[in-house]
Design a protein around this ligand. Structure first.
Ligand code: GDP
Ligand code: MG
Length: 517
């Protein structure tokens, strides 16, 4: 009851984030841990914090596409520092906040003649930032996502939600190769834009790590291709629509399409720019490209040719950006974020970098097999991949395991899509808001058509992976549609204008009571 509710509310500790959620008090924005690694008994155990991820993704309006930008790399290479700057950039440039419904046009960047970063006097170490540390202590291992999505315009006029992901505890002496690869792998799987932060130059082992993990991406992808080529989904079920599905065919993925989207080496503390003019960022960018070409060409000549090919075939885009050293004040233990102490070239490069990363022309939502994902769909994928890592620990996933995780998520998304398609259509004619009564045979026809379309949508999407799993998912859809149809039927019969006549008036007439219409 109301009294019980309000009294229980009064006893809630308002410092508790979960309690704040219950009370609808907006907790302070912060990085939320979505994956943690290690428990008391098993230091390799992966734990996925689904509720944290859900609470972030719930802030993205339904159906909106999402970009996930994730940073991986060794401990203490400035990943969290960089991400904290991304937050400052997004705060200045995003078009709306997640807690606002109305568009909130970005402030004119030149209102006070200052650039976005010049308005930041202190880059907080903790509050409003991904924790970046002056000290040497090792953070716990895992993945963090910023609690607030930011919304940016895309070239096509849509807006897209940006999610930032930080990783911690890779490539150090306390973390095994397997665990590093697992974090690297999960980050690659969930991101649309992966930044691989490296110190001073691209080293052989950086390339090998990347190739090693991407091998699994490639294997899983090839397994998908094979499955698609064998026509896994060419179902012969008698359900209407399945023949139309054949016409469209189990869509074959473009073989040129790589399993992953963007990977970018971000080189920190680069010392070798030939360009001397600190404002000539274009000149420096040209050097970045030629450095990457050089690194890749070098490998092409050696026995590491395969490594290079592996990487280039796994990502749609491979690029490189370089930052110079931020200045010695920044690396001191007692540095607390005074931005005036940061080297000006570092800031110029950071400015260009943010503009590039968040450029409306290149912002690409997370896709799986070429399909742009909504927040809910992304959540299904992340969950499926995280569960896979929970099960296999720090072992490398086998190709089939990865394929299973991907297709499981894909099937789940296809079920949702299909059911939504059905209920949306039925709602327009017989939903709770509808006032019209339809003859049962007419409603049955609507139902048949809506079901046919829904199954077409399902077949179109659920077109790879185990045939058995696809059929089970399709059965789930069929059962749900029948149940929903029953609800529509009873809603509809409630609107029958003759209903009153049949149940009240007729018996009264029979009972001999005269009635004047
Ligand atoms: P993370 O472990 O990779 O997340 O590193 P942090 O972002 O926590 O930064 C670790 C330390 O490196 C902090 O003291 C930062 O001030 C400093 N730092 C940040 N950016 C850079 C950089 O580009 N170069 C160097 N040398 N240090 C940096
Ligand atoms: Mg960090």
């Amino acid at each position: 009851t109301e009294t019980e509710l309000s009294s229980s509310k009064m006893t809630v500790d308002t410092n508790d984030v979960d309690a704040a959620d219950d009370l609808d008090i907006e907790p302070t924005p912060s990085a939320r841990q979505i994956v943690s690694v290690g428990t008391e008994s098993d230091s390799y155990a992966f734990t996925f914090h689904e509720e944290e991820l859900n609470s972030i993704l719930a802030k993205v309006p339904a159906g909106w596409k999402v970009c996930v930008i994730s940073v991986v790399g060794a401990f203490r290479t400035g990943k969290s520092f960089l991400l904290s700057w991304f937050l400052r950039y997004l705060e200045e440039n995003c078009v709306r906040k997640s807690d606002e419904n109305s568009a909130n046009a970005a402030d004119d960047t030149n209102q006070d003649g200052k650039k976005w970063y010049e308005r930041v006097q202190t880059l907080n170490q903790h509050e409003g930032s991904f924790d970046w540390r002056g000290g040497k202590e090792r953070n716990t291992t895992g993945m963090w996502m910023w609690s607030e999505p930011y919304f940016l315009p895309r070239e096509n006029g849509e807006e897209v939600a940006i999610l930032l992901v930080d990783t911690q505890g890779m490539f150090d002496h306390e973390t095994t190769v397997g665990l590093t690869a697992a974090i690297f792998g999960l980050s690659t799987l969930l991101s649309s834009y992966q930044i691989y932060n490296v110190d001073k130059r691209i080293q052989e082992d950086n390339l090998q790590q990347l190739a090693l993990f991407s091998e699994y991406g490639r294997m899983a992808f090839e397994a998908e291709e094979k499955a698609a080529a064998m026509g896994v989904v060419e179902s012969n079920e008698e359900v209407e629509g399945s023949n139309v599905n054949k016409e469209g065919g189990a869509e074959k993925a473009d073989p040129k399409k790589a399993p992953f989207q963007k990977i970018q080496f971000l080189i920190r503390d680069w010392q070798n720019f030939d360009t001397e003019d600190e404002t000539d960022i274009d000149g420096m960018e040209a050097e970045m490209q030629s450095y990457l070409d050089h690194v890749l060409a070098e490998r092409a000549a050696s026995d590491l040719k395969e490594t290079r090919e592996q990487i280039t075939s796994c990502f749609e885009e491979l690029s490189c950006f370089m930052m110079t050293h931020p200045g010695f004040a920044v690396i001191k233990n007692k540095y607390t974020g005074d931005t005036s102490q940061i080297d000006s070239l570092f800031m110029n490069l950071l400015d260009r970098y943010c503009q590039k990363v968040f450029d409306s022309k290149s912002l690409q939502p997370k896709t799986v097999r070429g399909r742009e994902l909504s927040a809910v769909e992304l959540c299904t994928y992340i969950k499926s991949y995280a569960q896979m890592f929970e099960e296999i620990g720090s072992h490398f996933p086998k190709a089939e395991t990865m394929l299973d995780a991907t297709s499981r998520a894909n099937n789940a998304n296809a079920v949702t899509l299909s059911i939504t398609s059905y209920t949306d259509k039925m709602n327009t004619v017989a939903g709770p808001q509808s006032h019209d009564y339809h003859k049962p045979e007419d409603l049955a026809l609507f139902h048949k058509e809506a079901r046919k379309q829904a199954l077409l949508a399902f077949d179109d999407m659920a077109n790879f992976g185990s045939r058995k799993a696809i059929e089970e998912a399709r059965d789930t859809v069929l059962q749900k549609l029948e149940k929903d149809y029953d609800v529509f039927v009873s809603l509809n019969s409630g609107r029958n204008p003759l209903l009153g006549f049949e149940t009240y008036i007729l018996p009264m007439a029979v009972a001999g009571i005269s009635f004047i219409l």
